[in-house]
Design a protein around this ligand. Structure first.
Ligand code: GAP
Length: 508
């Protein structure tokens, strides 16, 4: 097991031990790729939602939010293309009996080649020192150029085969590259087959006529079918956006990597409706605006990158992903798509209703174009958690695990701790707690030695600990301890709320 895998395992067990994330129905041995959020997890999740909602709905006068139902008319998914085309190519290994996404097996193979390129760069940088020119090295080193050519050829073939639904060729590619099952190490594969990712169920009683309905695989369609409702009731003018946070469901073939790929997850999506022809301007705007949102979390810029799509989905004319460096490498965190008028047009066609915007300036009606920003809430949670998880050895040789969660997102903002459980300190601490709890989620704790209480708060990412000691009784001051630096300052009780408020500000 390499360091990253080891670290990832520790993050998963920390999340469970400290009440962030539990496997679903654990007493029945869990349910694959379904998770429950615990008492601290739900707070972090709500804080992320809040940060996103504010940055969309509150800070933009032309964006409003909705909350549409999970069940939608079955025709919605016909129109959107999900019934016919929301498929993944899957392949089974006959020895391990494990199922994989065929395209992901090939992508992982390409990533391995990419890692070899990075190793060559590192080696050369060490050899040449200051005179090393990475750009030139990448363009001229024979081994690197061969690796890059190999990646380009594999990727061309993979994406052409995917587009043409040529599954026999994807199987041939897996055979040619001699890709082995990561579990059994064998190359004994089945053919590649299509697998629709939508869950279905029945609406209505079993005895009467039943209707097959789907659990929505994305929240976006709830926005598209409500375009006219919102536009008319809100008297919205283009450009304007509709935002929504909600559950989505996908019967993922390979559900792994903890909450990265789940079967029930949450999305935060915003569809921005624009005048046809203006979509690239807005696509660029939202691409950078969304990156800014991520970077305001205080996580280093180097953890994020854009991945512009060369191969575009049939409904898009521009697309990029914001990728994050998770413990298992750079992976998609958010997608930004210029979706043209594909969805609204499709719903016009399938519903036989006119879905258009009347432009008062040009006196013309048209189907607006759409720029979509779509981010996974659980993936954002994982990005923050995996970056925040830190093991430290302190000056005195002791160790601590601290979650360096951006303070404004931390589940508990301040812990109120009487130094000892006597001499009137708990009573004084309770008074402070009773005041502070109206401003933030605080936690009162009087059990165990103060050092152990600090460690418990570090482990759940509480940015501030307020300690009430004997001096507090004399002069109404307390100490405030900052989580990351562990520095303590003496402040007056009256200023606690203001000081914490200032520290919890996010500069968006
Ligand atoms: N409406 C566009 C859409 O749904 P997507 O790329 O399929 O696009 C958007 O999904 C985001 O939803 C992804 O970037 C990812 O963060 C999140 N997501 C997708 N599938 C997921 C899954 N199985 N588990 C957790 N998050 C997922």
């Amino acid at each position: 097991m390499n360091n990253n895998e080891n670290n990832f395992k520790k993050i998963i067990s920390h999340a469970k031990e400290y009440g962030f994330i539990f496997p679903s129905s654990e007493i029945y041995d869990g349910l694959s790729a379904v998770y429950d959020y615990g008492q601290y997890g739900v707070e972090l999740k709500n804080n992320i939602k809040n940060y996103w909602w504010k940055s969309m709905v509150q800070f933009n006068e032309n964006i409003v939010g909705i909350d549409s139902a999970i069940f939608m008319h079955p025709q919605v998914w016909k129109a959107s293309g999900h019934v016919d085309a929301f498929n993944d190519p899957m392949i089974d290994n006959k020895d391990s009996k494990k199922r994989y996404r065929a395209d992901v097996l090939v992508e992982d193979y390409m990533e391995k080649i990419n890692t070899k390129i990075q190793k060559e760069v590192k080696k050369a940088a060490k050899r040449y020192g200051e005179s090393f020119n990475e750009k030139e090295f990448l363009a001229t080193n024979k081994r690197v150029v061969d690796y890059k050519t190999k990646i380009t050829n594999i990727s061309k073939r993979l994406y052409t085969s995917l587009e043409n639904q040529n599954f026999a060729d994807i199987k041939a590619l897996i055979d040619e590259l001699q890709i082995a099952c990561p579990i059994s190490g064998s190359r004994n594969w089945t053919e590649v087959r299509q697998f629709n990712l939508m869950f279905s169920t029945e609406l209505g009683s079993i005895n009467n006529n039943t209707n097959k309905v789907f659990l929505r695989p994305e929240t976006a369609q709830g926005i598209f079918v409500n375009f006219l409702n919102v536009q008319k009731s809100g008297r919205m003018k283009l450009p304007f956006g509709i935002a929504q946070i909600g559950k989505a469901f996908r019967n993922e073939i390979v559900a792994r990597q903890f909450i990265f790929r789940m079967r029930e997850f949450e999305q935060m999506e915003m569809e921005f409706f624009v005048k046809p022809g203006e979509e690239f301007k807005w696509f660029n705007y939202w691409k950078h605006q969304r990156m800014k949102w991520h970077k305001c979390l205080g996580i280093p810029d180097s953890k994020y990158r854009f991945h512009d799509h060369e191969k575009l989905a049939h409904y898009a004319n521009a697309a990029t992903d914001i990728e994050f460096e998770f413990p298992f490498g750079f992976k998609e965190l958010e997608g930004i798509h210029s979706r043209t008028d594909f969805d609204l047009n499709a719903h016009q066609k399938f519903s036989n209703k006119k879905i258009q915007f009347f432009d008062p300036e040009t006196k013309q009606s048209y189907v607006p174009y759409v720029v979509e920003t779509s981010i996974g809430l659980d993936r954002t949670f994982l990005a923050i958690l995996s970056y925040a998880y830190t093991e430290e050895t302190l000056d005195d040789g002791s160790e601590r695990v601290v979650l360096k969660i951006p303070p404004f997102l931390s589940p508990i903002k301040a812990a109120v701790l009487p130094l000892v459980k006597k001499d009137g300190l708990p009573e004084k601490a309770r008074k402070i707690m009773d005041k502070l709890k109206f401003d933030y989620l605080c936690q009162y704790d009087e059990k165990d030695a103060i050092g152990r209480r600090y460690r418990r708060q570090d482990a759940i990412g509480t940015p501030y600990c307020i300690t009430i000691d004997h001096q507090t009784l004399k002069d109404n001051t307390v100490t405030i301890r900052e989580r990351d630096s562990m520095k303590q300052e003496r402040i007056s009780i009256d200023s606690i709320s203001d000081i914490i408020s200032k520290k919890l500000k996010v500069n968006y």
